[in-house]
Design a protein around this ligand. Structure first.
Ligand code: NAD
Length: 248
């Protein structure tokens, strides 16, 4: 019944936007942050940007975690939820997928790069914090796993960090602007797998509603913004979105 409601809302949309959090990728085997028990924060305290910049130990710890998690991230494949979203993009119903995830799985599921807006960057490559030169991970891994050598930019001598946004680091201006434009232009915002506690995530639902868009939240657990939504489904994303989109 509720899936029918979701199906009807999607069918009536002309330029929907999907906003995803870590919950869309748990069915691909990547743990989220805040789920009780399995969330990454039960294992690791986040490394703040200032600590990364100011401490060699923290930079080493950050690269250690990156390589410890790599097996999980590299073997992860898009699940039914990602595939359903990609199908909506292909049908022309969804203009953009805004994601907090850094796992590249929306692109891997077939959403064109230019329709994915990554608010927290991407973990599959690195950049110099000084001059923003891009670096691939493979050579960094070889040197780090040999003797924990920290990568240094060969253009400007700056520190190299995965191309992700850490806590305490400024949000990427270009992506933020694109995300806001997409949300303001949408007629339906579908939130999929975010606890909606961190800004800017927490701000998008109100932005969409104030502009007359419908709001749907699909999340295993309730969120503080559920009252604002036209439809809330507390359910698993893969089966729910798969059924709503009619994936085989
Ligand atoms: P979060 O951990 O705060 O919330 C995830 C939500 O998804 C939870 O409320 C949980 O109930 C729900 N959920 C988990 N699995 C689900 C499923 N199969 N079906 C339906 N709901 C499900 O995540 P967040 O709001 O995205 O914030 C975490 C931040 O951590 C992100 O901003 C991201 O940058 C980073 N992160 C990224 C990844 C990734 O790239 N896959 C993974 C972990 C953390």
């Amino acid at each position: 019944m509720s899936i029918d409601h979701l199906r009807n809302l999607l069918a009536g949309a002309k330029r929907a936007v999907v906003f995803t959090g870590a919950g869309i990728s748990t069915e691909s085997g990547i743990p989220d942050f805040r789920s009780p028990g399995s969330g990454l924060w039960t294992k690791y305290k986040p490394i703040y940007f200032d600590d990364f910049v100011n401490s060699e130990d923290m930079r080493r710890e950050s690269w250690r975690r990156k390589f410890a998690m790599e097996g999980v991230l590299e073997s992860a494949r898009p699940n039914r939820g990602h595939l359903a979203i990609a199908q909506l993009v292909r049908r022309g119903l969804v203009s953009h997928v805004i994601t907090q995830n850094i796992d590249n799985l929306h692109q891997d599921s077939g959403v064109p790069d230019e329709q994915v807006i990554e608010l927290h960057g991407n973990n599959s490559y690195a950049r110099c914090l000084g001059c923003h030169e891009r670096y691939e991970i493979d050579p960094i891994r070889v040197a780090f796993l040999r003797d924990e050598t920290l990568p240094v930019c060969d253009q400007c001598g700056g520190m190299i960090k995965t191309a992700t946004i850490s806590f305490g680091q400024g949000m990427p201006e270009h992506e933020m602007r694109r995300a806001q434009e997409a949300v303001l232009a949408c007629d339906l915002l579908l939130v999929a797998g975010s606890s909606l506690v961190v800004f800017p995530a927490a701000g998008f639902p109100a932005m969409a509603k104030q502009n007359g868009a419908k709001l749907v939240i699909v999340n295993r657990e309730p969120t503080d913004l559920d009252d604002m939504a036209d439809l809330v489904l507390n359910a698993e994303l893969g089966p729910t979105l798969g059924a709503a989109v009619g994936l085989n």
